[in-house]
Ligand binder design. Sequence first.
Ligand SMILES: Cc1cc2nc3c(=O)[nH]c(=O)nc-3n(C[C@H](O)[C@H](O)[C@H](O)COP(=O)(O)OP(=O)(O)OC[C@H]3O[C@@H](n4cnc5c(N)ncnc54)[C@H](O)[C@@H]3O)c2cc1C
Length: 596
Amino acid sequence: MPTKDKIKLNGGEFILKESLSNDVFTPEDFSDEQKMMKETIIDFMDREIWPDKMKYEEKDYDLTVHAMKKIGELGLLGVSLEDKYGGMGMDFVSTMLAVDYVSGVTGSVATAYGAHTGIAILPIYLFGNEDQKQKYLPKLASGEWFGSYCLTEPTAGSDANSGKTKAVLSDDGSHYKISGQKMWISNAGFADIFIVFARIENDKNITGFIVPNDSNNGIKLGEEEKKLGIHSSSTRQVFFTETKVPAENLLGERNGGFKIAMNALNVGRIKLGAGNLDGQRRSISISTDYANNRIQFKQPISNFGAIKEKLASMATSCYAGESACYRAASDVQSKIDEFESNGMSKQESELKGVEEFALECSILKVAISEDMQICADEGIQIFGGMGFSAEAPIESAWRDARIGRIYEGTNEINRMLIIGMLLKKAMKGSLDIMTPYQDIINNKSLENEEKSDILNDEINLVENFKKVFLLLLGKAFEKYGAEIDKNQQILLSLSDLAIEAYLSESTLKRTIKNINRSSEKDQTDQINMTKLYIYEASQIVQKKSSDVINSIIDLKDQADIYLSVNDKIKYSKNPNIFDLKTKIADKIISENKYCF
Ligand SMILES: Cc1cc2nc3c(=O)[nH]c(=O)nc-3n(C[C@H](O)[C@H](O)[C@H](O)COP(=O)(O)OP(=O)(O)OC[C@H]3O[C@@H](n4cnc5c(N)ncnc54)[C@H](O)[C@@H]3O)c2cc1C
C-alpha cells in the first residue's frame, strides 16, 4: 500500500487542520541516542544534584555554579551549538530533552541552565557574527564562562522595548559607553558576559551588546535578591556606568535588539515548557512514595480516593505536557530542516524554525508552568503537614514552580500573544481563519480522518474544541475588529481554548499512535489519561466559552450559540471520571512513581 506523505503543519495551523497521529512525534519516538542521553542525565541528576536538594534552599550560589560546571563537563551546556563552537550539534528535540531532565531537581539549577543555554548563549549563536561566535561560544559551551541576559529594567518589564539604558557611540566610532540599570538578572552573580539591551540615541528599538563582566569598567552588581523560591539561583541588579564596550561587540544590527530579545524568548518559552516536565515527574513520584508509606486509619493514604484523585490528575497533566512539548519540538526541527534544505544557513533556519512556532512556544510555556504549579500544590496536600515543612522536598518544588508563570514573559502576556500571533498570521495571509469560520457557521465539518473506536468521542471533541475556538474568535473579531486586542479578558479566555485544543490534540495523537504500534491493552493507562485530560479540557472549554458568549454576544443570539457550543462538546457516552482516576492512580501507586 502506498504510504501517505507526512502532513507537516505550519505554526498555528493546528487550530485549523487535523494532524494524523502517525505524523505527530511522541516521547516514545526518541532515537536510541536520545534515550541514552535521557538516561545519562537522569543518572547524573540523581547522583550529583538530588542529594544536595535541601542545600539549594540555603542560598548556596556556589553550589549552583558547581552544578553548572559539572553539567558543562557532560557537554550539556552546548547541546544546541555546532561542533565548531564546542557544542554537540544536536537537533531541537534533543535540546528540549536536555532542558527537560536537567531541570527536574531544583529550580535553582533549572533557572541557571535555562538562562545560560537559552537567553544568554542563543543571542550570540543566532545573531552574532563569526568572530563573536568563535570568541564566546566555545567558552560558554564548556562552562569556562557563564552568561546572563540583561533585558528587564525597573521601569521596563513586560514592556521590554521601553528600557532607558543608553549606549553612546564614541566620536571615533571605536566603542560605545553603556549606562543604565538592569534588574532581576539571573546568573548575574557569576556571569562572565552579559547580553545587554540598550538604546542608541533615540532609536525606536533597543540594540543588543555583548558586554564582558569587569568591575573596573563601570559594572556593579546589586545584592542577591531575597526570593520566594529558586533560592540558589543568583538574581541581582546590574548597574552600568559609562561601561566601555568595543563597537564590534554590537550584536546583530543597530535597532535590532528587540528582535533578538523576542527570538531568544521564543526559544526560552518552549524550553521553559520542557523545563517544567521533570519537576512534575519527580513531584508525582515523591508524592506517590509518601502516600504509599504514610499510614493513617491503619492503611497507606494511597488507598484513599481523595489521594488517588490527586495523583491521577497530576500524572495526566504531565503526560499531556510531555505530549505537546515533544510534538512541538519535532515540528520546530522539521521546519529547521525544511529551511536548511532550501539553502538557508543553520542559524537562520533555527531562528525562523522557532519563530514559525512562536505561538506554540507560548502555549507550552503557559500550560506547563501552570501544570507544574498545580502538581506541586497537590503534592503538598498529599504530604499533609509535612508538605508545609521546609524539610520536605515538595515544599521547595512549589516555591520554585511559582517563577515559571512570571519570567520569559508573564503568562498573561503570553496568553495575549497566542491570539495576537494567530491574528497576525491571518492578516498576513499565512493562515486562513475565515474559510473554516464560515464552514463552522454553515455547519460544515473540518476534515477528520483519524479513527480509533476507543477514543472516538475524544477525536470528535478535539475537533470541536477547535471549532468552538474559531467560532468565538470569529464572533469576537466581528464585534471588535482590529480593536480586539484592547479586550484582554476575551483574549485570555480565547487563549485558554487554544491551549486546551493543542494539549488535548497532542495527548490524543500520542496515545493513538502508540495504540496503533502496540495495542489498546498495552496503552490502557494512557487511554485513561487521554480520556481524563480531554474531559477536563471540555469543562474548561465549557466555562471559558460561556464567559465569552455571555460577555460579547447579544442576549437574543446567545441561545443559538450556546446550543451550537454545547452540541459540540457533548459525549455520545459520558466517561466515568472517578473510575478513570482510580485506574490511573492505581497504576502509579503500584509502580510507586510516575511511570509513563
Ligand atoms: C527570579 C527572576 C529571574 C528573572 N530573570 C531575568 C533575566 O535573567 N533577565 C531579564 O532580563 N529579566 C529577568 N526577569 C524579569 C522577568 O522577565 C520580568 O519580571 C517579567 O517579564 C515581568 O516584568 P515585571 O516584573 O516588570 O512585571 P510587570 O511588567 O510590571 O507586570 C506586572 C503585572 O502586570 C501584568 N501586565 C503587564 N503589562 C501588561 C499588559 N500590557 N496587559 C496586561 N497585563 C499586563 C503582568 O502580566 C503582571 O501580572 C526575572 C524575574 C525574576 C523574578
